[in-house]
Structure formats: C-alpha cells, structure tokens
Design a protein around this ligand. Structure first.
Ligand SMILES: Cc1ncc(COP(=O)(O)O)c(C=O)c1O
Length: 414
C-alpha cells in the first residue's frame, strides 16, 4: 500500500497570498500535542485559558469569547444564525467579496437583507453607514473590518457608537485582520466579532475565535432550545424562534464553554491547541508591537512595488496593513506570473475575484510571514519574474526601497 501513496512531503513554499499563510512552527508543534478527553479537568482548563487569551486579543471583557470549530465562515455562521431570527432586517455595507458573503449567509438565516455598496478599492464614510441605518432601520449591521478581496480596511471606530444610537446590533468579520490591526472590541462598542486562524494569527484554517457581549447573549438566550437527551432538570426553553443550526447554536455553545459544561460537539482538541498557541505567540510579542510589524511590512512592500514602477490598488488611506493589492501591468498574464513565482521561487501570491479577477495580485504579509526577509525575497522574486515576462525595472530598486523602509524603522527609538 505505502508504495502507491507516498508520505506527505509537500514542496517547501512561502505562502504570501491573502491566506492561508505559512504557519508558525510553534503552532504546528502545539497541534501534535496528545489529546485529552474533552471534560478532563486539564482540558477544560485549556479551554478557559483560550477564552482568557482571546479576550486579550479582542481587547474585551466579554465573558463569551471562545472557539467555533470550523474555518472562519463557521464563526460568521454561528453568530449570524444565532442572532438573526427569520424576518429580521440586516444591513450589510459591501466593499468586496466578503461583504457579499455576509449577505449570502444572512439570507440563508432568512433575514431580510439590505445592502449598500462601495466601489471595490474604497470603503464607507461613517455618515454613509448612518444614513443607510436611518433609511433601512435594520436590527443587525454586518460588516467586514478588512476585505481581503480588495485589500481595503473599513475604519470601525465610529460605527459602534452609531449602531448604539440607533439600537442596532453590530457584527464585525475580523477574519483577515485580528492580530494585524487594532480591534478594541469594547472601546469601539462592537457587539459580536469572529475571526480565523489562518491569517494574522499564524495558524492553520479550522478554528474561528469569536466574542460577543451581553446584548447578543440576551437575544440568543431568548431563542434557547437545548436538544433532548442533554437537557438539565431546570431547563426552560426560550420564547424566541429556535436557532436553525444545532452545530452553530451559540446558546448551547455557551453551556458547553461555560461552567455547566453541558455536552455538545466533541471539541476539536488539536485546533484548540493551535488557537491557544496562536494567541499566546501574539501576546508574548505584544499587540502593539505586532500591529507595528504589520504596518512596517506594508509600507516596505508598498514602497518596493512602487519603486519597481507598479501601481498599488485601491485607496491607500484605507489599505489593510497585512495584504497589498497591486495592479497587474498591461499585457502581463497575471496567472503566468503567479505560476513562475511558485515554480521558480516557491512563493505563493494571490489573485482576486469578481471585478478584480485578472486585474490585481494580492500579496500577504501576515503573522509569521510578516517579516523583513520575506518582503525582500518576494520583491526580488517578483522583479526577476516580471523581467522574464518582459517588464523591466532598474534591477534591485524594489528590494532597495523596501530595505530603506526597514533601516529607518530599525533606527527609530522604540
Ligand atoms: C474577510 C474574510 N471573511 C471570511 C473569510 C472566509 O474564511 P474561511 O475560508 O476560513 O471560511 C475570508 C477568507 O479569506 C476572509 O478574508
């Protein structure tokens, strides 16, 4: 048998697309830790540690900060399906593909979805969002912090206060930004947030850290229906419409992660170990230092690309610090360049979707991958690859420009 299918031995790659990225080896090591029973006190202690770690990452006091087993969209679905009762109006400001995903998921939760759209490459002014809230009177506002499809980040610092003024619940998809840029959940009055491990958290896809506050708990618990067979003697069902999903039922998940440890799914222990290590690594570095590392890489990469004569995509004032969109020069086959980068240099960069398909590359500098040597390798490789495709820039200008950004950052007092 072993002669037919070889051992796993993937080619060495540097993943510099929009995610997943190359995992931190410490996270891979944590994932190979031996399993425990899910109600072993040692394991439930790890669960509690994970809750505490992600409270710090999300800068929140929210008790309910835990993991949804599944990729980032599992976290989105868990929050939206638990929050949205059929017929609820949900407003989604769309500034890229993942805004459309929020609409799609909300629709499947039988919400009445209304959306406003920004041109891809731009984001919304707070006044535009408030005007849409006034017009549509939604119960929930669902928005991405960073939409990797366009590489744009929506400023959120004023949105929570707007939502409170209009009694709207604010949900934020921070899949692509948690750990890469500030998201002080309590300060910005965000009611619920979800993320994924495979971007700035340096982990693999497969676990979604979420957090939500009491406003969400009240809505969810009003819909609480515990499955027969595990109901505790004092169980009283909520009056609201049952949550459509069992797996993503936040009411039952609170019982599972909370003091009652009521059985639900079997926790994905290896992913919990991974998520724990991801958060531990960032907090050991320090949140601010981690954000600064992403900012510096973003500037260095942007300067390097520009020096090579390439044009960055989108409104640079609202660029995500961890993904950079760059226009594919006219006459160049973007996919051929991506393929050569992979074959000749082992570096993966991304393409994009929808209106940006074939128009931009997306280069990720996230988490473990976000470091000087990777930025320099990528620029050098791209320059050589473009030369192969007939695009000429003075040799070395990209790397030189990025290096000079790093030199300046390194000589600045901390
Ligand atoms: C902003 C955003 N939301 C949601 C997702 C979906 O995440 P997943 O593929 O882990 O389900 C992604 C993935 O790239 C993303 O960038």
């Amino acid at each position: 048998m072993t002669g037919e299918i070889g051992e796993l031995n993937p080619p060495p790659r540097l993943l510099m697309g929009p995610g997943p990225i190359t995992c931190d080896p410490r996270v891979l090591r944590a994932m190979s830790t031996q399993l425990l029973g899910q109600f072993d006190p040692a394991f439930t202690a790890y669960m509690s540690e994970v809750m505490a770690l992600y409270r710090r990452l999300y800068q929140t006091e929210n008790r309910w900060t835990f993991l949804i087993d599944g990729t980032a969209r599992a976290g989105i679905e868990a929050i939206l399906v638990s929050l949205i009762s059929p017929g609820d109006r949900v407003l989604v400001p769309i500034f890229g593909r993942f805004g459309h995903l929020l609409c799609e998921i909300a629709r499947r939760c039988r919400a009445e979805v209304v959306s406003i759209e920004a041109e891809w490459g731009a984001v919304f002014a707070p006044e535009q969002i408030e005007a849409a809230i006034r017009q549509h009177r939604p119960r929930v506002l669902a928005i991405c912090q960073g939409d990797t499809s366009t590489t744009m980040a929506q400023p959120l610092d004023e949105i929570g206060a707007i939502c409170r003024r209009h009694d709207v619940i604010l949900y934020v998809d921070a899949t692509a930004t948690l750990g890469g840029m500030a998201l002080p959940v309590d300060l910005w009055q965000i009611d619920a947030v979800s993320a994924g491990l495979q971007k700035c958290l340096s982990g693999p896809p497969g676990s979604s850290p979420i957090t939500f506050n009491q406003r969400v708990v009240d809505i969810v618990n009003a819909r609480k229906h515990v499955e027969a067979g595990i109901r505790p003697p004092d169980y009283v069902a909520g009056n609201g419409a049952p949550i459509q999903s069992n797996y993503f039922d936040l009411a039952m998940l609170m019982d599972y992660w909370g003091g009652s440890r009521l059985n639900h799914h079997t926790e994905a222990a290896s992913m919990l170990y991974a998520a724990r290590e991801c958060a531990r690594i960032i907090l050991a570095e320090g949140l601010e230092a981690c954000f600064a590392r992403h900012r510096t890489a973003s500037v260095a990469l942007s300067e390097g690309l520009t020096a090579m004569g390439l044009t960055l995509f989108g409104d640079q004032r609202n660029k995500m610090p961890n993904v950079t969109g760059v226009m594919i020069p006219g006459g160049v086959d973007g996919e051929a360049v991506r393929r050569l980068m992979l074959d000749d240099f082992g570096i993966e960069i991304g393409s994009s979707f929808g209106p940006l398909k074939g128009r931009i590359w997306r280069i990720g500098t996230m988490g473990y991958v976000c470091r000087k040597e990777n930025v320099l390798h990528c620029l050098g490789a791209l320059e050589a690859t473009l030369r192969q495709c007939g695009v000429r820039a003075p040799p070395g200008v990209g790397v030189d420009a990025a290096l000079s950004v790093y030199r300046t950052a390194e000589t600045k007092p901390a």
